[in-house]
Design a protein around this ligand. Structure first.
Ligand SMILES: [Zn+2]
Ligand SMILES: [Zn+2]
Ligand SMILES: [Zn+2]
Ligand SMILES: [Zn+2]
Length: 572
């Protein structure tokens, strides 16, 4: 959690300048560290000379972003074109009149990749780098390297490309911004983009602890300094370190690994594999903290999201995007509700049954917002056309998740799970199941693929008709992480708010009983609803392995590990 960064200043460090962090330093790096940084990393212009001094590759022009074209040797000093990119043409020097790229038209950047043709790069996207012409490989297109040449000049349009005509190509910097920051600090340079300035360039703040030892009765920790490379990690006596939170998680992680190795006491010195685990764990913690911050920036509901993995080294899920509402696929239209109610008090004095009445159904909630109808019956909430306000007790699901939840790694191989951080009363709205809405045909196709991965994120919307499916595999909210149980504490209801198309209900999960703070949330992926309720028979198989539902013979058996007494042993 981001608070960890707070009380981690160091004073009186041996060998350090008296840099005392004021802990108000912005966590400027976090946004830039991830792998999906766009092509040009914000960049410190003064760093280039430093990087070349240190032998760090500065910027590279990626091959794929540069269009193919061929150029002749004599005219173009600054590019190299590989044979493969000039397959079928004969280009002799004299036959390519328009290749006029002169030295002066090639701006100063560093092209370290040897097989990159010349390209136009706008100055603004490239930090000025200084590499002399001599370091740029010469052009290597000779007649002899292009043997099968039976194409006339006129059919080789690409040979007359001026540098200025080429689309700009991007120049990704090979360094991440935290590495750039480390360089800045090592060289005592200031860089606004990286948040390194005169005031904090010499500030030494503990980022995390990497190792531990005891000598002559004194305890020491190997400190990774925030914004500095690992090469300057230093051993600091415990008495100098003022980072109780970081120390606590360090010992938590250390206990975990020592327990795995069946060691009972804290050794005087950690083995190599233990200390390397500690570094990996610290980095995992950082990536989970970043993910947690991202989730909380993305959510639009009051309930906060925590993330915790105290079990292994798995980081945030790849290929998962947090969404708050259904993501409607192309060709699927949600019909807007045309009318609203005109009640003074929708629950106590409903006019003509309020909104549920308009669809010939009962009011679903009591005045505390608890659901009081049987599962399988629909919930019609008040909508944007109703005269009541947001405090109407018939508005529950539309207000979003109200409780704080923790996405945690389960200890018994059930992947991630979700637990509530707060007590939840019986019959209370907990969360909506959201994802991409796709047609059931599309779901069949995707289902075959998902089945092979053993994942089950397809929820058939079969309240009236089996036309649409919610796919939460890659787009979803917290419900994506809720596990199955044969004895669940959550129950599914179909909800209509602004959309009246009965084929597209919203799926809401309500508690079936009081749930203690800290308890894992679960629902039954293969829910069976009391067949006495005729209306609900449609809901008996909402969660299916979509690709196989029509071909029961091929159905995979998925083992259940929910651990409840009433476990059916198999999910499907
Ligand atoms: Zn009403
Ligand atoms: Zn209302
Ligand atoms: Zn209403
Ligand atoms: Zn089970």
């Amino acid at each position: 959690m981001a608070e960890n960064f707070k009380d981690c200043s160091v004073s009186d460090c041996s060998g350090m300048d008296s840099g005392v962090s004021d802990c108000s330093a912005p966590e400027c790096l976090l946004d830039c560290v991830s792998d999906d940084v766009p092509d040009c990393v914000p960049h410190c212009s003064v760093l280039d000379s430093v990087m070349s001094d240190l032998g760090v590759p500065a910027c590279s022009v990626s091959d794929s972003s540069v269009p193919d074209y061929s150029v002749s040797d004599s005219n173009v000093p600054a590019c190299s074109v590989s044979d493969s990119s000039v397959p079928d043409c004969s280009v002799s020097d004299s036959s390519v009149p328009d290749c006029s790229v002169s030295d002066s038209s090639v701006p100063d950047y560093s092209v370290s990749d040897s097989n990159v043709p010349a390209c136009s790069v706008s100055d603004s996207s490239v930090p000025p780098c200084s590499v002399s012409d001599s370091s740029i490989p010469a052009c290597s297109v000779s007649d002899s390297s292009v043997p099968d040449c039976s194409v006339s000049d006129s059919s080789v349009p690409d040979c007359s490309v001026l540098v200025s005509d080429l689309p700009p190509c991007s120049v990704p910097c090979k360094l991440r911004s935290d590495e750039l920051e480390a360089l800045c600090r090592m060289e005592m340079l200031h860089c606004q983009e990286l948040g390194v300035n005169k005031a904090n360039v010499n500030e030494w703040e503990v980022e995390f602890l990497c190792d531990y030892k005891r000598t002559k009765g004194e305890e020491f920790y190997l400190v990774k300094w925030k914004g500095f490379p690992h090469s300057v990690n230093s051993w600091e006596p415990k008495r100098n370190l003022k980072c109780p939170k970081l120390m606590k998680v360090f010992h938590q992680d250390l206990d975990l690994i020592l327990k795995l190795q069946k060691k009972r006491t804290l050794p005087k010195q950690l083995d190599k594999d233990v200390s390397s685990f500690m570094v990996q764990k610290a980095k995992l913690r950082q990536s989970l903290q970043q993910w947690e911050a991202h989730l909380n920036q993305t959510r639009n509901h009051p309930g906060r999201i925590l993330v915790s993995n105290e079990v292994d080294l798995e980081g945030p899920p790849k290929n998962f995007t947090y969404i708050n509402n259904y993501k409607v696929g192309p060709g699927i239209v949600l019909d807007e509700m045309a009318v609203g109610c005109e009640c003074k008090n929708c629950v106590e004095e409903p006019v003509n049954g309020c909104c549920p009445g308009a669809s010939l159904h009962r009011m679903a909630y009591n005045n505390k917002g608890q659901v009081r109808i049987r599962p399988g019956k629909p919930i019609y909430e008040c909508n944007s056309r109703c005269s009541c306000g947001i405090d109407c007790p018939n508005r529950v699901v539309q207000k979003g998740i109200q409780f704080d939840f923790c996405i945690f790694k389960t200890e018994n191989g059930r992947g991630w799970g979700v637990r509530t951080m707060q007590h939840i009363n019986k019959n209370t709205f907990v969360m909506e199941y959201v994802g991409e809405i796709i047609t059931t045909d599309e779901a069949e196709k995707r289902g075959h693929f998902y089945d092979r991965q053993g994942s089950t994120y397809l929820f058939d919307l079969d309240y009236v008709d089996d036309v649409y499916t919610v796919d939460a595999a890659h787009f979803g909210n917290i419900s994506h992480f809720v596990n199955h149980s044969c004895n669940p504490n959550l129950q599914v209801f179909n909800v209509f708010v602004d959309n009246i198309d009965e084929r597209l209900p919203r799926i809401a999960l309500f508690s079936t009983r009081g749930i203690r703070a800290g308890e894992e949330l679960t629902f039954d992926y293969k829910m069976q609803i009391d067949p006495m309720d005729t209306e609900s028979t449609k809901m008996d198989s909402s969660f299916s392995l979509a690709g196989l539902s029509s071909s029961p013979k091929k159905r995979l058996r998925v083992e259940c590990r929910c651990g409840s007494d009433s476990c059916r042993k198999y999910l499907f």
